[in-house]
Structures are given as structure tokens and as C-alpha cells.
Design a protein around this ligand. Structure first.
Ligand code: VG1
Ligand code: CO
Length: 564
């Protein structure tokens, strides 16, 4: 006997609006009956709208294994079957990194994928859950599609699922057939979490060279109990032969061990300590879903994500994949430092400036206009997939370093600053503030900028002078699709463009508002670029930013919660 399709009446929930990267809400919100179902049905309604034969549709399902994932996967399987999808490719135990899902969508020519993650947000019953839809190019759905999904969620009145369904054993690799309504059938193919992604990496990097190089270095790679554990064990330890003590926190846990799975100096402080006190040559950490990376050198030398992007950009052709195809161009999100622009000036290639969020790189990558992209938020990636890719960044670093083995991570970065100049850079996050106050702060500053009411010159108390030369609300027109996006952050530029301060409200939090203040000062003098002190550049600029924005008054916060 087969089960039947059931049509369940439902009512819209408020606020199912995907943010910078998917819909992220507290698990408690997702636990409301129908909440997940409404959003999944909205995704299916939009993404299958133009499909003639749903039997030909393949969707990839996986995520970072956080709390609520197992339940969500069974719900999604049931709903996909009831919506007559032909074929699901499901990650074993639901565990698959965001970059690996992008790779699988592309490798298997799938119609798209549903990623179950809230990325760097904490997990567990009191943490966040998230759902993201990726398209057939393997990348996060562009605004047009997420807007349509949101619009759908506001008018949804029914969803479809199967009346009853034996739970699909997603720990068992292989094919499971689900039969419904007489002759309806959907194939659920459970695939290994790592295999397809590893195959792709092997076509990009010289694994022989990496193996030889890794045998000469001590690595410390922290998966932060997120999805990356199996990848670190299989790729860094098994394939590249790193010592077993190179792999830390490699068991994916539904609550990430109670930590923020966010690879920065605050939330990955343990790793920073181990690097400082131990005798490791190279350290890295990833976020919950494996798309972010932090790179550290011996003694805990921190490579800012913007510098990491620039160093990789400079040396890209050392990697076999790029040696073959050449480097097309670069892209960075608006608040990311202009270190990569300095590389572009030397190579003569174009560097695009996009709004925050990986989805804005998709069209440039698809059109073959850029080879490498990055964000200051620990995101680095290339055109091998359509997501940022933490492990790719690590292998790219090791590959480049292998061509100059006498260097250290630090000396590679210092050499880069000497040659290209340096962008001193820092980001202050004020997390979980009052929403209304933050919105008022942004609106007030936006108004001041529009009305040309900023002071022309500001003297900081340590004797520095900042002349405002430009201030604007950042908007973007996609050079490929022509799509326009406005209101993507406030930018104030000083001293002939050498300094920038930027303000944004986060679009990934699930409660309250997070203000991000980005601070950048370019130093083109090679001596000062190498030997200057970050604090000396950033502190006065931060004061100016706080003064102009009245951030402390609006938020009631006298210091940021996270500094990177
Ligand atoms: C943050 C980062 C952004 C990144 C996004 C998703 O967004 O600033 O650069 O693309 O997170 O990253 P926001 O809106 O909070 O500033 V992930 O690894 O959480 O998917
Ligand atoms: Co992430």
C-alpha cells in the first residue's frame, strides 16, 4: 500500500523574509507547526513554477547538522515527494558543507538545493536554525528569487506533504524509492558528504605537492564542531597526511558544543591561544557550514580576510586550476578592504565592488568576469563553485606557500604589504542591540549624508585630521543582469580616499539588531605598511566614526561585542 498526497491548510507567518543569506530564526520559531512547511512550500512553488516535468527535477538537500536538521530533512523529503519532485540527492546524515552542496548541485546538474543552516549563528534548542535556497548554478538565490519566495510566504494557504511516510534512513548510502498515490515515485539518493567535493578539489589543486608540503609543516585546523569535521579528517589528515593532532573539534555537534561556530578572534579564541603558545606553522578555523575561514600563521599571526583575499589574488596563478584558465578579474563586497584593488591596479584586471552577501558574486562568476571573490567576514572563494569555500581557501594558502617554502605565513603577508601597500582594517560589531534605535541611527546618518550636513574636517584628539571627501548610501547595479540594489550601507570617505568608514545593519541575525562598523585606512608607504601598528591607524578613525554616527548614544553601547 502506498501513501497519499495530503494537502494541508495553512496561514502565512510574518517575517519569512530571507536575509543576507537565507531565512534564519530561532529554533523555537521553526518549531511552530507549519512554519518550516510554509517556507519550504514557498521555495518549491517559486523554484518549480516554470518546470514542465517535475519528474526531471533533482534537488540537493544537506546542511551543517545543527539541531532540528534531522526533523527538517524528513519533512522536506515528504514535501518534495508530494510536490512531485523526481529525485532528491540527500547528504549522508544530512551533513554537507555549503560549498560542497554548491559543488554537488553543479556536478549533478541539479535544479537547485536546499541548505539547512544558520551558518555562523549558534545552534541547539535555544539557538538558530536556517533554510537557504540555491539555484542551478550552485549559488544562493538572487534577490529576485528570494523576494518571490517571501511574497509567496505572505499569501500561502496550503502546503503538500505525504500522508504517512516511513522515515528515510539518511545514514545509509544508496537509493531509496518513495512511492505515493498509486504510481507516484521519488528517488532519494543518499550520498557521501565529502566525495564529490573532494573530487572537485583534486582537479583544482596539486594534491601530490600539497602532501609533500604538509609533511614539512605543523597544522592546526579547527572545525569548531561544525560541518567541517569530516572534511578536515578526510582531506587534511587522510589525503594530505597531516598529523592527527592537526584536526581539532572535528565532531559535528547539533549545538556546536555550545559555542558560536564563527571563525574570528573572539569566537575561535582557543585556536588563537593554541597557535600563540604552541609551535604550529599554520592554523585555520571554519564556521558552522564551512564556507567561512580564518587563517593564522605561527604564533597566532592573524591574516585579515581582506589581506587573505589580496594575497591569494596576487598569487592565484600558482594554483594549477588558474594556471590553466588564467585569472579573469576580482570582486569584493563593499566593506571589504581595498587590498585586492591594489592588486588589481598592478595586474590591470578589474575589481568589482558588490553589496554584502555572496549572492551578489554569482552573476559575475557565471559570466566569467571574475576568478576570485571575497568578503571581510571571513569569506573567500573562486569560480570553481558559487559559494565561499573555507577549505578551498586553506588549500589555496598551502599551495601558494608551497611555492615559497622558506617563507612563513607572516612573511608572505609582510612581503605583500611592502609591495602593494597595506589597508589597515578592523570591524566593530555591536550585537543584539535594540532594533528601533539602530534603525534611527542609520536613518539619521543617512539623512545627514544626503543633506550634506557632515562636518568637512574632523580633528581627532591624537592630532590627526580627517577631511571628508565623499559620503554616500551604497547602491549597486549588477553589471550582468542590470538588477539594482540600494541601501547597502553608509560610506564616508576621507583624505583623498585613503580612509573609509562604513556602517551596516546585519542581515543574518535572528533577534535584535547588529550594527557593523567597518574601518579602513590605506597606507602606501612600504615601510609604514610593514611596521605600523594597527591600533594607531584604527583607534582615531573609530573615534571619528563614533562621533559622526553618535553610535554610542543611539545604541547605549560603549564598546563593541566583537572586534575583528
Ligand atoms: C554576514 C556577513 C556577510 C556574509 C553573511 C553570510 O552578513 O557580513 O559578508 O556574506 O554574513 O555569511 P550580515 O548581513 O550579518 O553582515 V555565512 O557564513 O553566515 O552564510
Ligand atoms: Co557560513
Amino acid at each position: 500500500m502506498t501513501t497519499m498526497i495530503k494537502i494541508v491548510k495553512t496561514k502565512p507567518f510574518d517575517g519569512q523574509k530571507p536575509g543576507t543569506s537565507g531565512l534564519r530564526k530561532p529554533v523555537k520559531t521553526f518549531e511552530h507547526p507549519g512554519y518550516l512547511e510554509n517556507f519550504i512550500q514557498s521555495i518549491l512553488d517559486v523554484s518549480l513554477a516554470d518546470v514542465k516535468d517535475r519528474k526531471t527535477v533533482q534537488l540537493v538537500i544537506g546542511g551543517d547538522g545543527r539541531y532540528y536538521s534531522s526533523h527538517a530533512i524528513q519533512t522536506i523529503i515528504s514535501m518534495c515527494a508530494a510536490n512531485e519532485v523526481g529525485h532528491l540527492i540527500v547528504a549522508q546524515n544530512g551533513i554537507m558543507s555549503t560549498p560542497a552542496i554548491s559543488a554537488v548541485i553543479r556536478t549533478r546538474n541539479a535544479h537547485g538545493g536546499i541548505i539547512l543552516t544558520a551558518s555562523h549563528n549558534p545552534g541547539g534548542p535555544h539557538g538558530d536554525f536556517g533554510v537557504k535556497y540555491n539555484c542551478s548554478n550552485g549559488g544562493p538565490a538572487p534577490d529576485q528569487i528570494t523576494d518571490a519566495i517571501y511574497a509567496r510566504s505572505k499569501e500561502i494557504h496550503r502546503y503538500k506533504c505525504l500522508e504517512s511516510m516511513p522515515v528515510v534512513n539518511v545514514s545509509q548510502l544508496g537509493q531509496h524509492i518513495i512511492k505515493y498515490s498509486g504510481d507516484g515515485e521519488m528517488m532519494v539518493e543518499v550520498v557521501d558528504s565529502v566525495d564529490m567535493y573532494l573530487e572537485l578539489l583534486k582537479r583544482i589543486f596539486d594534491f601530490e605537492l600539497l602532501r609533500r608540503f604538509v609533511s614539512t609543516k605543523r597544522l592546526r585546523i579547527d572545525a569548531m564542531n561544525g560541518v567541517m569535521g569530516p572534511y578536515v579528517c578526510r582531506i587534511i589528515v587522510q589525503e594530505l597526511g597531516a598529523n592527527a593532532d592537526a584536526a581539532v573539534r572535528c565532531k559535528p555537534l547539533p549545538d556546536f558544543g555550545g559555542h558560536h561556530p564563527d571563525p574570528n578572534l573572539t569566537y575561535a579564541a582557543d585556536l588563537v591561544d593554541q597557535m600563540r603558545n604552541g609551535d604550529f606553522d599554520f592554523g585555520a578555523a571554519f564556521d558552522g557550514d564551512g564556507d567561512r575561514n580564518m587563517i593564522l600563521g605561527a604564533k597566532g599571526f592573524f591574516v585579515t580576510p581582506s589581506d587573505s583575499l589580496a594575497v591569494l589574488g596576487e598569487n592565484l596563478e600558482q594554483i594549477p586550476y588558474f594556471r590553466g584558465r588564467g585569472v579573469k578579474g576580482y570582486a569584493r563586497s563593499m566593506p571589504t578592504s581595498r587590498a585586492i584593488d591594489l592588486v588589481a591596479m598592478k595586474t590591470g584586471l578589474k575589481c568589482y565592488e558588490t553589496p554584502t552577501g555572496w549572492k551578489y558574486f554569482g552573476s559575475l562568476l557565471d559570466a566569467g568576469m571574475v576568478s576570485i571573490c571575497g568578503e571581510e567576514s571571513f569569506g573567500t572563494g573562486s569560480d570553481h563553485i558559487r559559494e565561499k569555500d573555507g577549505l578551498w581557501a586553506v588549500l589555496a594558502w598551502l599551495s601558494i606557500w608551497a611555492t615559497m617554502p622558506d617563507h612563513s605565513v607572516e612573511s608572505i603577508v609582510r612581503q605583500h604589504w611592502r609591495q602593494f601597500g597595506r589597508c589597515y582594517y578592523s570591524r566593530y560589531d555591536y550585537e543584539n542591540c535594540d532594533v528601533e534605535s539602530c534603525e534611527r541611527m542609520m536613518a539619521t546618518l543617512d539623512h545627514k549624508i544626503a543633506a550634506n550636513q557632515l562636518p568637512k574636517t574632523i580633528n581627532s584628539d591624537d592630532g590627526k585630521t580627517y577631511h571628508v571627501d565623499k559620503a554616500y548610501n551604497f547602491g549597486y547595479t549588477d553589471p550582468v543582469s542590470g538588477e539594482q540594489t540600494c541601501n547597502q550601507g553608509l560610506v564616508i570617505q576621507f583624505n583623498d580616499g585613503l580612509c573609509r568608514i562604513m556602517f551596516r545593519l546585519s542581515g543574518t541575525g535572528s533577534t535584535g539588531a547588529t550594527v557593523r562598523l567597518y574601518l579602513e585606512q590605506m597606507e602606501m608607504d612600504s615601510e609604514k605598511a610593514v611596521s605600523g601598528c594597527l591600533e594607531d591607524y584604527i583607534r582615531p578613525l573609530a573615534k571619528v566614526a563614533l562621533e559622526i554616527s553618535k553610535l554610542q548614544e543611539f545604541t547605549g553601547r560603549d564598546r563593541p561585542t566583537v572586534i575583528t
